[in-house]
Design a protein around this ligand. Structure first.
Ligand code: F0G
Length: 389
């Protein structure tokens, strides 16, 4: 049993709402659940935890979740550091965990079409899952600011892709209006059902290694950190764990509204007007889930750090070259945040830390070429090759 409730005023809502009349975000609350899975480290997948997922029909699934949790000895010997590689989901990002639930909910509610604004990954994932579900898909992107791999996915999986001359925040305002007028089902992370799927990141971490001391994630629209924290809290409420981790959000310096709010110990953000960062996935100035994310951070006694684009790119290289983990820039910000906290003495020897790597390296090949340069070209001749070895 579950209810859909406003996090601000507590009012209960029907399933086809995204926000309350009071302006508050909605969340799914489970009651009287009979837990029918075991945290035995086996058969990890989103749908292993179905008793804590709010759907009533057979799910639209592409076998999402069950991503590897790598122990990163080469990066850190003193700290027990793990990276959960969400880039190995079907569309190459954690969004698939949310989309399997969100698109299933769209079918359950009898919707014909789904829509989202996106910095890229949400659109790629939504296009894939709506193809499987035979739903029409509409995407609004900030023109020229989305990594090529993501646009390619949205196009190939058959979404109608519209690039606007504006940033993500504007695209989200517009798509909300479009959904209201056209009856499309909105699949941005303001949709509470999507976040339910994403909370399974927490379930899988506990399933494999128990409760870590810290979980570190990049923060853009601020849905994922809220979702993962909800996952941990649910495991505690249903008696499956006793402890909770500290949640750490990482933002890029040029797109840091949550970081600023955290510095002032505020529970609301001031939007950043013209966000800018190489990590285009988190190039967001007005995160819709800010209230939920700040609660997660304060409740968990966690924190928010900001990192520069250079630190992000350096961490992307370190993950790729020292651990064999290929991620896109935004994803590498979690490792950049980890390094900051180790340098500042916050994270200490013996701590167990999970960095969530949210998206795959292949998403953004253009940034890779800018950073690494192009391959050396020589004529097809043995001696020429010897010269450059
Ligand atoms: N990492 C990646 C690779 C992302 O694509 C996103 C968000 C985030 C981190 C941040 O997650 O928004 O839940 O705080 N991408 C969205 C999109 C905005 O449209 O694909 P968040």
């Amino acid at each position: 049993m579950y209810r859909l409730v406003c996090i601000e005023c507590g009012k209960e809502h029907n399933e086809d709402k995204y926000t309350c009349e009071c302006g508050g975000l909605l969340e799914v609350r489970f009651e009287d659940v009979e837990i029918d899975f075991e945290l035995d480290g086996k058969n990890l997948s989103v749908w292993k935890y179905r008793c804590l997922l709010p759907v009533k029909i057979d799910p639209v699934t592409l076998k999402e979740g069950g991503t590897p949790l790598y122990r990163c000895n080469n990066i850190s010997k003193d700290v027990e550091l793990y990276v959960k590689h969400e880039g190995l989901n079907p569309s190459g990002s954690f969004k698939d965990r949310g989309m399997t639930v969100g698109v299933t909910k769209a079918l359950e509610l009898g919707k014909r079409a789904v829509a989202c604004a996106s910095t890229g990954n949400t659109s790629a994932s939504m296009a894939m899952y709506s193809a499987k579900a035979k739903l029409k898909a509409y995407v609004l992107l900030p023109a020229g600011k989305v990594a090529l791999g993501k646009v390619a996915q949205a196009l190939m999986h058959g979404a109608k892709v519209i690039a606007i001359k504006g940033n993500f925040d504007r695209a989200l305002e517009l798509v909300r209006e479009v959904c209201d007028k056209m009856g499309f089902y909105l699949l941005n992370s303001v949709n509470p059902f999507r976040l339910e799927g994403q909370k399974t990141i927490a379930f899988e971490i506990v399933d494999e290694i128990g409760v870590p001391d810290y979980v570190i994630l990049p923060v853009g629209n601020a849905g994922n950190i809220s979702a993962v924290w909800k996952g941990f809290k649910e495991l505690k409420r249903f008696g499956l764990i006793d402890e909770l981790p500290k949640m750490v959000g990482v933002q890029a310096e040029g797109a840091n509204p949550i970081y600023r709010a955290f510095l002032g110990r505020k529970d609301r953000i001031e939007p950043v007007k013209n966000p800018e960062t190489i990590a285009t996935a988190i190039r967001i100035g007005n995160p819709v889930n800010a209230r939920k994310a700040l609660r997660a951070i304060y409740e968990s006694k966690g924190l928010v750090v900001q990192v520069s684009d250079d630190e992000i790119l350096e961490s992307q290289r370190v993950l790729a070259r020292d651990e064999g983990i290929g991620v896109e820039p935004a994803s590498a910000s979690s490792l950049a945040g980890f390094k900051r906290l180790v340098d500042d003495g916050v994270i200490d020897r013996g701590d167990v830390v999970v960095c969530v790597a949210t998206g795959n390296l292949l998403k953004d090949p253009e940034t890779v070429l800018k950073v690494c340069g192009k391959p050396v070209e020589v004529s097809a001749d043995f001696n020429e090759i010897l010269k450059v070895l």
